[in-house]
Design a protein around this ligand. Structure first.
Ligand code: CA
Length: 247
């Protein structure tokens, strides 16, 4: 009996690990759907709202020639970027980028601009964003299905991470980044909202639709296996059904 229980546990863990592993496939530049700009250089920008919605992170690509900063990349990608003076909330400028689903609200400081709020039309059906400002961090998305996070003093902050290699394919986030940082060909930049100032690295981004379908099929197979008991060892987890049959 002990051996059987052990087999069930080991088999279940192994099969679940196989299933869960399918969700952590390598993700590279070739998996990015939306690219902004043009040029010989490429960089990726990952945004993680840390809001419990799936997927937590979304990724975009940026192409350019010559010199570009992290802010150039963000403003080329975000459909709307608005810049306000910090604390006074006085409007400074507005910019239009490639993806109308992404919204950015920046704050103008003495050292340069910083990210105050980022919003995303998560379900793709439209929606607006009403940002607050640094003394009133009460901004929100008008569509409750969408995502928006802001903060500087109270709610938390948008933490920036940078990497010269792919953090989702053998590399790792290597440290801090900021909007004024000059980006290089091959760079990855991540913006992860830190609620309560608890910073985490950007999580795995959205895969290509074809990859998503593949993963969905794997997950479906896993789910069917779990329900029918057709997979290794998990067949023995269907004991309650057998009890009902005997009755
Ligand atoms: Ca929406």
């Amino acid at each position: 009996m002990v051996k059987r229980v052990f087999s069930v546990v080991v088999g279940a863990v192994a099969w679940m690990a196989l299933c869960d592993g399918a969700a952590a496939q390598p993700f590279g530049f070739d998996d990015i759907n939306l690219w902004a700009g043009s040029g010989a250089n490429r960089a990726a920008m990952v945004i993680d709202w840390n809001d419990g919605k799936h997927p937590q992170s979304v990724v975009w690509g940026y192409r350019w020639d010559g010199v570009a900063t992290s802010q150039d990349m963000l403003m080329a990608i975000a459909g709307t970027t608005v810049v306000h003076q910090t604390e006074t909330d006085v409007f400074v400028s507005s910019h239009t980028g490639a993806d109308p689903r992404l919204f950015a609200r920046l704050s103008q400081f003495g050292f340069g601009d910083g990210i105050f709020g980022l919003g995303y039309d998560h379900d793709g059906d439209g929606g607006a964003f009403t940002p607050g400002f640094e003394r009133s961090e009460t901004g929100f998305a008008t569509d409750p299905d969408d995502r928006y996070a802001e903060g500087w003093f109270d709610n938390g902050f948008w933490a920036g991470s940078g990497s010269s290699g792919d953090p989702f394919d053998g590399g790792s986030w290597q440290g801090f980044t900021f909007l004024g940082r000059q980006i290089q060909d091959g760079d990855w930049e991540g913006w992860s909202f830190a609620p309560g100032f608890a910073q985490t690295a950007p999580s795995h981004p959205l895969p290509e639709p074809t990859t998503a379908l593949l993963l969905a099929s794997v997950w479906t197979a896993c789910l069917v296996t779990r329900r029918t008991g057709s997979g290794p060892r998990l067949a023995q987890s269907k004991r309650p059904a057998r009890v009902q049959t005997r009755r």
